[in-house]
Design a protein around this ligand. Structure first.
Ligand code: 16G
Ligand code: ZN
Length: 527
């Protein structure tokens, strides 16, 4: 099909102003056909501009309701589409006129390509379990084909698996670019870590997979290995309308309670939840007193830092920089714990994985997590080089060095990955001989609450200092400061959501009542 015919096949509906946000284009599934076609075109153009590198596309709306969907572009190394392409993506998505559309496309084509046409643009795509997925994949394929691109459809995958495949397609040293390649790398690495540390297997764990794609993939891992095993609950992918309903990482984190389907949890035993596309992880347990204890992204970051920091302590003479990257949503107690108990620096960035990732790669070991469970660890080239050339003085040092090297393959550096993050949690607890309760007792969270407000225009709320302070509307921050000051350990911030037409107000304080009161007062100021 020619570009012109494909353009006509997918008319943009009127009345919607599409915007490429933190998670790509995210709308109701039936509003995305024209956008999906255009993202096929955008990814192909991006591949051409990068000399034929493989670009990824994921069709998912993550933790959002089943009738929504999203289209997101993944850059060659598994990162997000650079911000500099977002205005172009928005322009294309909103263009209804063929001539204007065609002109925008032609203008993006590099001159040398126009002369020789010797680049084959490459795109890989996968989707989650949503009903609108297959239709949107077809629309993307039409977009790629219209520009003579080559597209491989990997069917249903987790978001991190598609990031992994994109990365491997461009960087063979990362692994084999297939779903099987993903499992092989993970299983081989875990097996090796356990073996050199003298363990047979990891503890089995119950995982709520939000009735999303993560459940199917965990079952595959179960069938492929002997060193780890996952008991999947909320793993019904045959009924897409159950996706994220009363379960999943977002439900557990937001409501601070067990997901549907756990029944009577065994005290002090670890449970975990993924979100619908398996890029977020939260863990939790019921303590002996029957209290629900959440182990969110902040906790996972501190656990990973303890593991890596502990191993690095065994390897004297290695000099690598380590830091933890958080957002304004990170609990104040976790920040204090990292600075004071772990002795590590903490940096803050705006919400959204790309911001955290960008900061994390400034360090040899950059650990980044959003409190909602989205995160990973990135390692520098120097980290690997130093470890590989290190001459261990005894066998325990050698084990530490080898384990540190293997962690690079265990953790999905391309993006936060529920599966690999969960396995790393299990490995960390095992190697540090740490119980779940002990993990939960690292620090106690300050009471915290999140409010969502409908306002006339959320874009008037402009922030600075990693979204922790408002600069506009003028005068509002001063009023917030005035209120916050009255509460012990009080903290509050206001930011416009990047994914919903709403403003979010976060409050934190020494106890529940203060926290609620503080949050309500700040909401009053903002309304
Ligand atoms: C997106 C982000 C997520 C962030 C959330 C905040 C990515 C891949 N996803 O889902 O990390 O926590 O937005 O949503 O970056 P909000 O702006 O509506 O609060
Ligand atoms: Zn997600």
């Amino acid at each position: 099909m020619s570009l012109h015919s494909a353009f006509n096949k997918y008319p943009a509906p009127s009345g919607i102003n599409y915007a490429y946000g933190t998670a790509g284009f995210r709308y109701f599934g039936d509003q995305l056909d024209s956008v999906a076609f255009k993202v096929g075109v955008i990814a192909t153009l991006r591949s051409i501009c990068l000399g034929g590198k493989t670009i990824g596309i994921v069709i998912t709306a993550s933790h959002n309701p089943p009738d929504q969907n999203g289209v997101k572009v993944v850059d060659p190394m598994g990162e997000m589409l650079p911000q500099s392409w977002e205005p172009f993506a928005n322009q294309l998505a909103n263009t209804k006129d063929w001539h204007q559309f065609n002109q925008l496309v032609q203008e993006r084509l590099p001159e040398n390509y126009l002369k020789s046409r010797d680049i084959v643009p490459m795109v890989v795509i996968a989707r989650d379990t949503r009903q609108s997925g297959p239709r949107l994949v077809s629309a993307v394929i039409d977009g790629v084909n219209a520009l003579n691109g080559h597209i491989t459809d990997f069917g249903m995958l987790t978001t991190p698996q598609l990031h992994y495949i994109t990365r491997c397609s461009n960087d063979g040293s990362f692994g084999v670019a297939s779903e099987q390649g993903y499992y092989n790398k993970l299983i081989k690495t875990v097996t090796k870590i356990l073996q050199i540390n003298n363990y047979d297997c990891l503890d089995a764990v119950t995982v709520d997979t939000a009735n999303g794609i993560g459940g199917d993939k965990l079952q595959k891992i179960n069938a492929l290995n002997h060193v780890m095993s996952f008991h999947v609950i909320n793993g019904d992918t045959a009924h897409p309308l159950r996706l994220n309903v009363d379960c999943g990482a977002d439900y557990v984190k937001t409501n601070q309670r067990l997901p549907h389907g756990v029944g009577n949890p065994i005290p002090d035993q670890l449970y975990a939840s993924f979100d619908g596309d398996a890029d977020r992880l939260v863990c939790y347990f019921m303590d002996k007193g029957g209290k629900f204890r959440l182990l969110d992204g902040d906790r996972i970051a501190t656990l990973f830092a303890s593991l890596i920091g502990g191993l690095l302590c065994h390897v004297k003479g290695i000099h690598v920089t380590t830091a933890i990257i958080q957002t304004a949503y990170s609990n104040g107690s976790s920040t204090e714990f990292i600075r004071e108990k772990l002795g590590l620096p903490v940096y803050f960035t705006s919400t959204g994985v790309k911001h955290l990732h960008e900061k994390a790669i400034e360090f040899d070991v950059g650990i980044y997590f959003e409190a909602n469970g989205h995160g990973t660890v990135v390692f520098s080239k120097k980290y690997l080089e130093e470890l590989k050339k290190y001459e261990a003085k005894n066998s325990s040092e050698q084990v530490a060095v080898d384990t540190l090297i293997l962690l690079v393959d265990l953790i999905n550096q391309a993006v936060g990955d529920s599966i690999s993050d969960l396995i790393t949690v299990l490995v960390a607890l095992k190697l540090m001989k740490k119980s779940v309760e002990k993990w939960g007792d690292d620090y106690s969270e300050l009471a915290n609450k999140l409010f969502k407000l409908k306002v006339a225009d959320r874009f008037v709320f402009k922030t600075t200092d990693a979204e922790r302070r408002l600069i506009e509307p003028v005068g509002v921050q001063e009023k917030i400061d005035e209120v916050v000051k009255r509460y012990s350990k009080g903290r509050s911030f206001v930011r416009a959501s990047g994914t919903e037409d709403a403003v979010r107000v976060y409050s934190e304080a020494a106890n529940e009542d203060d926290c609620t009161e503080l949050g309500e007062k700040v909401c009053e100021i903002v309304k």
